[in-house]
Design a protein around this ligand. Structure first.
Ligand SMILES: [Zn+2]
Length: 77
């Protein structure tokens, strides 16, 4: 799930603010695009890779915030 990816990236300080280059500390989900719903054998799978989130840097002296579905670009390895 993409939400878990975002959570992990923030917890591991791997989501980086493009403004101050410090780890982003907050996110809020504002929309989710459902790419695929499969209903077979009573199992419904929802692929939600296209979550849109509001990212907020949250570091002192930085007020960067952005709504994006391309949050993956802010994650470093
Ligand atoms: Zn920042």
């Amino acid at each position: 799930m993409s939400q878990q990816k975002i959570k992990d990236a923030i917890a591991n300080k791997k989501m980086i603010c493009p403004s101050c280059s410090k780890p982003i500390t907050q996110y809020a989900k504002y929309a989710e695009t459902i790419d695929a719903v499969r209903d077979g054998f009573n199992v419904i799978e929802i692929d939600s890779n296209a979550s849109r989130v509001t990212l907020t840097c949250g570091n002192p002296g930085c007020d960067w915030t952005e709504r994006t579905e391309y949050w993956i670009e802010y994650i470093i390895d």
